[in-house]
Design a protein around this ligand. Structure first.
Ligand code: DC
Length: 201
């Protein structure tokens, strides 16, 4: 049986952690759709036209070691503004969403564009300052020297690009449950997500 859980929200709000935990809890498959845009972005940095990259993504592209880096994030945010690129990635995401056994997809436009019929929709957010602090801690742990101010500027720039683009901008679906993780730890955020989804089952 198909059951789609759509989880959207800005960068570093806790979407990825919540999505993985929710998928494990319900025994559903999980797709981090940001990786699709990151893979297209990486191919673009290598000189491939973004549309061509989106039309020819392979499993290997999605398993590259550099997908989580800052260069990939920046390039992803740029290719994600191209309507043809978004269109090229649509069928794969929709097929994944309707697979047997249930699916969790996380991204920016899952509840609004990819799966408007999703059985459960969450919009996970947190203040820009909290998200920058979390990202900064992660980067420091990974050995990066960027300052909190730089990370905050980066978070704000990416928010603006994701929210203000004309195609599939970042916004909550009308029927999405809002989860603000600013004051929640991981366990609390995951519990809130599971409770919201249980209410739709
Ligand atoms: O979630 P992330 O940081 O991996 O996303 C990378 C970029 O891809 C981000 O700037 C927004 C874009 N994106 C998108 O436009 N739509 C999605 N469904 C997922 C990501």
């Amino acid at each position: 049986m198909a059951f789609t859980i759509a989880i959207d929200g800005p960068a570093a709000a806790g979407k990825g952690t919540i999505s993985r935990a929710v998928a494990a809890h319900f025994g559903f498959a999980h797709l981090d759709t940001g990786l699709l845009y990151r893979a297209v972005g990486c191919r673009m940095l290598e000189g491939v036209a973004p549309l061509e990259a989106a039309q020819s993504l392979t499993k290997a592209d999605l398993e590259r070691g550099d997908l989580r880096g800052a260069a990939a994030a920046e390039a992803a945010s740029k290719v994600a503004t191209i309507p043809d690129v978004r269109e090229a990635l649509l069928d794969f995401q929709r097929a994944f969403a309707r697979r047997d056994g249930g699916a969790v997809l996380d991204g920016r436009d899952i509840g609004t564009v990819i799966c408007p019929e999703a059985e459960a929709k969450l919009f996970v957010t947190a203040s820009a300052e909290v998200r920058a602090r979390r990202r900064h801690a992660e980067l420091q742990a990974a050995g990066s020297a960027s300052s909190l101010a730089e990370v905050l500027a980066d978070v704000r720039e990416r928010d603006a690009r994701d929210s203000e683009r004309s195609t599939a901008p970042l916004r909550p679906a009308d029927d999405a449950v809002l989860i603000d993780t600013s004051q929640l730890d991981i366990e609390e955020a995951v519990a809130a997500a599971i409770a919201a989804i249980e209410a739709r089952r």
